[in-house]
Design a protein. Structure first.
Lengths: 265, 148
């Protein structure tokens, strides 16, 4: 990968605005940083996934009522958490972009969207596979399931809208509005099991009470949750790099990067 | 005002208004958002009449009976305050058990019998190994014996 040489250039020409973290808000500084961090997150994700799956399938005990079917939660719960969390992060970057007019913020929220949609789909799919043997139905229209399905459509809508509008500035704004409006759905998903009668059970793990599951089960689930964080960071950073180059293609620094990377091949 | 703070006010104000709108809509649809009614709701007449709806609660211990045809089952759904007898033709989900949660869909007959067309098992949020479940059961039995 050519990122090494770019990093060195960067260290030799530090931003005149000083060493603050904010200088990474500038695309020409964030591009090499993303390239340098992504492999580390990818390795972390791979290691944590292996540990997590080992805990999930070999260490965690069988559940007293559900038997082995319950092991779906090791994928289902981290995926569902991520799908909600990523949408909130997208909304955050969209708000930052709208208020501060920063170039990178919208790119970040758009780079996150496909991963969020993937996790959302995985959560719905694994939930259906679990629902059939435990509840007796793949799908029911209760508040939790319906609002999670709405989240998937919001992801699709966001992705479609930002790609359909030719002018990137208008596309950014339209997407940011979907992200902000749709973010209202996230607390509805989370609290749906509390506010209404749902077939979906309540939260087993929350910040306000002790988890209602055996500790080895919980360990496996948390390790896999951290694995999905690392995975999300890795793929988003990799996805954001070509997006930055495309947005900034008329600038001098992108010309220099392309010359260097092109020359390598 | 600086344009940046103006934009912040616009975005912030927009989100606040939106949250308020959604909260109002959701509270207006409160009745339609519930997936099932409790037996107490039904007794108070809050459940829809002459229409298909769902009742959720615990399957009353000792209430499950199989008819001679081997196909029809009878049980009672309770929320510990009120109990509704249910009849159902079909196979029950694996997790359906006395003393555990279930949601039944169907309609209430004039005789107070609920005729279910679909039975779903409701799982709770507790996950534990069989040994722990067994220990809990033993503790419960001990407690019951002591209180008697």
């Amino acid at each position: 990968m050519a990122s090494g040489s770019i990093d060195q250039d960067n260290r030799m020409n530090p931003s005149p605005r000083g060493p603050s973290v904010l200088r990474f808000a500038a695309p020409q500084n964030f591009y090499p940083l993303a390239g340098r961090l992504a492999p580390w997150f990818a390795v972390t994700a791979a290691v944590l996934t292996l540990i997590g799956l080992w805990l999930a399938f070999f260490v965690a005990p069988v559940d007293a009522t559900q038997g082995n079917v319950y092991r779906v939660i090791f994928i289902h719960v981290p995926a569902a958490w991520m799908s909600m969390f990523i949408y909130l992060v997208m909304a955050f970057w969209s708000a930052v972009g709208l208020v501060m007019n920063t170039r990178l913020s919208f790119v970040m929220s758009q780079a996150l969207a496909p991963t969020g949609a993937m996790f959302c789909f995985v959560a719905l799919w694994t939930g259906a596979l679990w629902g059939r043997p435990t509840w007796g139905a793949y799908w029911v229209w209760d508040a939790r399931l319906t609002s999670q399905l709405l989240l998937l459509f919001l992801y699709f809508g966001f992705i479609a809208l930002t790609r359909a509008i030719e002018d990137p500035r208008r596309g950014d704004r339209a997407g940011a509005i979907i992200a902000l409006v749709g973010a209202v759905n996230v607390p509805v998903i989370y609290f749906s099991v509390k506010w209404w009668n749902t077939l979906h059970q309540g939260a087993s793990v929350s910040l306000t009470k002790a988890p209602s599951m055996a500790s080895t089960m919980l360990m496996g689930m948390l390790v896999l949750a951290f694995a999905s964080w690392a995975y999300t960071l890795a793929v988003t950073l990799w996805r954001v790099r070509p997006m930055i180059l495309e947005r900034e293609r008329h600038t001098e620094w992108v010309g220099a990067v392309l010359d260097r990377e092109g020359g390598r091949k | 005002m600086k344009p940046r703070s103006k934009r912040m006010m616009l975005v912030g104000g927009g989100v606040v208004l939106l949250v308020a709108a959604v909260a109002l809509v959701l509270s207006a649809f409160q009745q339609n958002m519930v997936f099932f009614h409790t037996p107490s709701d039904v007794m108070e007449g809050k459940a829809p009449r002459g229409k298909t709806f769902r009742i959720g609660g615990l399957v009353e211990s000792g209430s499950l009976q199989r008819e001679a045809d081997g196909f029809t089952v009878r049980f009672a759904i309770t929320d510990t305050a009120q109990t509704i007898p249910v009849s159902y033709k079909g196979t029950l989900p694996d997790l359906f058990k006395e003393g555990k949660g279930a949601v039944v869909q169907g309609s209430l007959g004039p005789d107070g019998q609920f005729r279910a067309t679909e039975v779903l098992a409701k799982h709770d949020e507790n996950y534990m190994p069989p040994e722990a479940a067994h220990a809990l059961e033993q503790a419960q039995k001990t407690a019951d014996t002591v209180s008697q």
